[in-house]
Design a protein around this ligand. Structure first.
Ligand SMILES: [Zn+2]
Length: 319
């Protein structure tokens, strides 16, 4: 049975990161308790608090600030959010907790990528999270939010510190970046191109395939992607994502065997990823349009960097 939108337990918050429709966080409500899944950046925290207020909730009612993984567009706002929500605990993968408590390394590597000025504009100040407020979750662990049972799954493949959250009550799963990315669309049932995301440095094809299988095995009927929004038809989506993981593994092997290095290797990977997407687009009910390609451009570039990084590492290990 469909739940009317106004009483839906899930609120999508557009974090307006870089542009609208790029990165979301979710507000999950049950009774008088609330949880955020991801929080984007300190810049997005006012938007998260607005979403809470719009549901008639106070910051004191936030029990959990769940962090799917510590990439900055998911977790950079954690300390800022906790500053407003005195009763909230952070829920994260055991491997994520030290980066939350000491974000210096994440900040340094992001500043290297973006430069100080862009970093400041995108993120502002990323404060450390008080370690006493972090609860790490084991694979399969559950927690209550009101009458709702939330199950946490360890889902490596995109990042080794990644968790997903399954809400059996609504048969929804919050997938962070473990179940692909796709541009926002008004119709969640449209079977669009969903790209598996593998930025540097922890793409693991086997783990990615296992995580996709396990997410399907929850029996979820809808996935809430961080980038961007709700999708249904998860069987077909998982199959498509698995084809991308397979294709990326082939690109990785070809890249490692080639003599190209540096920017030329990245360009090779990028062209191959675009080919794989074009093949996939031809088989979807909704093929890619120019606007979609534009939306995907940053992810295609990051995937190319992630694959080229691993290819160079493998080539070096072989000597
Ligand atoms: Zn990520």
């Amino acid at each position: 049975m469909d739940t009317p939108a106004e009483s839906s337990p899930v609120v999508t918050v557009d974090c307006q990161y870089i542009q609208r429709g790029r990165a979301s966080a979710y507000l999950l409500v049950d009774g008088d308790q609330a949880a955020f899944v991801d929080n984007n950046t300190p810049r997005a925290v006012p938007l998260l608090l607005d979403a809470l207020e719009a549901r008639g909730l106070r910051p004191e009612q936030v029990a959990y600030a769940i962090v799917t993984h510590v990439h900055l567009d998911h977790a950079a706002g954690t300390a800022a959010l906790l500053g407003h929500c005195p009763n909230a605990h952070v829920i994260a993968h055991p491997r994520a907790s030290r980066h939350l408590a000491d974000p210096a390394r994440l900040v340094a590597s992001a500043k290297q990528v973006y430069g100080d000025a862009v970093f400041e504009k995108l993120y502002g100040t990323i404060a450390p999270v008080d370690a006493s407020r972090i609860r790490t979750v084991e694979d399969g662990e559950t927690m209550q939010l009101g009458a709702r049972t939330l199950e946490f799954l360890h889902t490596p493949g995109h990042a080794n510190h990644h968790i997903c959250v399954y809400d059996a009550g609504s048969r929804g799963v919050f997938t962070g970046d473990a179940f692909g990315v796709t541009p926002p669309a008004p119709d969640p049932t449209a079977q669009r191109v969903m790209l598996f995301s593998c930025p540097p440095t922890s793409f693991r094809p086997d783990e990615a395939r296992t995580s996709l299988r396990r997410l399907l095995a929850t029996g979820a009927e809808r996935a809430y992607l961080a980038h961007f929004g709700e999708v249904t038809h998860l069987d077909a989506a998982a199959e498509q994502l698995r084809r991308f993981v397979d294709a990326f593994e082939t690109i990785l092997n070809d890249a490692a065997a080639s003599d190209e290095r540096g920017p030329a290797l990245e360009a090779f990977c990028e062209a191959q990823i675009r080919n794989a997407m074009t093949r996939e687009s031809k088989n979807r009910p909704v093929p890619l349009n120019d606007q979609d390609w534009e939306w995907f451009a940053a992810d295609i570039r990051m995937n190319a960097q992630g694959i080229a990084y691993l290819a160079e590492k493998q080539a070096m290990q072989r000597g």
